[in-house]
Design a protein around this ligand. Structure first.
Ligand SMILES: *Cc1c(COP(=O)(O)O)cnc(C)c1O
Length: 366
């Protein structure tokens, strides 16, 4: 059996260190916003090269809090990708703002930056690029568009911890970067967790206040905030994994490059492309094929997991379908019908990759 992600093997490798940290938390009985959270925020900001990193309860909350702190509100439009997890658009909607979906590039699956400017209106306040599957969006180009039109940029880095472009980390370009520590993400904890990064003191201050009931000092509340904090248990896990994140991402890249080498030239299969501008950290390894159902069945019969990220573009989801009836995003709609994600994780062995490719070979032609 080869799973999509193998968290048990990773845990066994760092079990002693994590358990020691967890026992310390239990002994100290300081559970919320304690010393491990503080240390993790410092360590994460250092790794990512941002002035501030403010942890919170989830990646969804990170997006919500960052957009709120950037002043996004009712009636505002935020340009984003239709090919992403629903949370990207949910966070925009929480604030009464409107997601404006722009089609994707067929090779990187990220926002097609050539189409962004045509979508800007008098109501546009922000661009929310998603570094999908771990491939960084061309952020220098996004920042140029944003500067030309006076827009905020909020990066969805939920799948891209450690990805870089021009030597800078995702989450270090825009007004804010939003990370998720959901267990299966490149940097994951043992539950839900998230983080907002920023260079701006003012934005960091706002996120800190919003995540903790609108409060800077205990029992003084200046705005309506939220309960969205990271706990010490998760911070212990994240500190142990952050130390190893570069190696984890290297392992993912090595696995991806072996897949691509073995799959290149197979009829009916288009391996994922790197755009050559940044370092892709392969949160997912996602190829395109017209024979998706056959290949998935073949893999399942061989005890190999595979998954479809994402089967339905956001503008076609039930929750949005009526509002976006007149919107047509042909590249995204076509990719959603042909995309197939294969198992990928740092501990995936080359023998397993060869086995997976053999099964695909046997079923790719239909
Ligand atoms: C996982 C994910 C989120 C949400 O993160 P949670 O921690 O699950 O709330 C947002 N955007 C993208 C692209 C994601 O993959």
């Amino acid at each position: 059996m080869i799973p999509m992600v193998d968290l048990k093997t990773q845990y066994r490798q760092i079990q002693a260190e994590i358990e020691q940290g967890l026992h310390q938390v239990l002994d100290d009985a300081h559970f919320i916003l304690g010393p491990n959270v503080q240390a993790f925020e410092r360590e994460a900001a250092d790794y990512l090269g941002t002035k501030h990193a403010i942890s919170c309860a989830s990646g969804t909350d990170a997006l919500h809090l960052a957009l709120a702190a950037a002043g996004i509100g009712a009636g505002d439009e935020v340009i984003t990708s239709p090919f992403t997890f629903i949370a990207t658009a949910e966070a925009i909607c929480y604030l009464g703002a409107k997601p404006v979906f722009v089609d994707i590039d067929p090779h990187t699956f990220n926002l097609d930056l050539n189409q962004v400017e045509a979508a800007i209106t008098v109501n546009t306040r922000a661009i929310l690029p998603v570094h999908l599957f771990g491939q960084p969006v061309d952020m220098p180009a996004v920042m140029k568009i944003a500067e030309r039109h006076g827009l905020s940029v909020i990066e969805d880095c939920a799948q891209s911890f450690g990805a870089t472009i021009e030597g800078r980390q995702t989450g270090a370009f825009g007004s804010a970067g939003c990370f998720s520590f959901f267990p299966s993400k490149n940097l994951g904890c043992f539950g839900d967790g998230g983080m907002v990064t920023t260079h701006s003191e003012a934005l960091a201050e706002k996120v800190k206040v919003l995540r903790n009931h609108g409060s800077k000092r205990q029992y003084r509340h200046s705005v309506i905030g939220y309960n969205s904090r990271l706990d010490e248990i998760q911070a212990v896990v994240l500190r142990a994994k952050l130390k190893r994140i570069s190696a984890y991402n290297e392992g993912r890249r090595a696995a991806a490059h072996l897949y691509t080498r073995l799959l290149t030239g197979l009829p009916g299969i288009t391996p994922p492309a790197e755009d050559g501008k940044g370092i892709h950290v392969y949160h997912q390894y996602t190829l395109l094929t017209a024979n998706r159902d056959t290949i998935m069945t073949g893999l399942r019969n061989a005890g190999i997991s595979s998954a479809i990220y994402y089967p339905i573009p956001l503008h076609r989801q039930e929750v949005f379908a009526a509002r976006y009836r007149d919107v047509s995003l042909p590249v995204c709609e076509s990719v959603a019908q042909r995309c197939l994600s294969l198992p990928i994780y740092p501990e995936l062995e080359s023998g397993q990759i060869q086995t997976i490719v053999e099964v695909i070979k046997a079923h790719a032609a239909g």
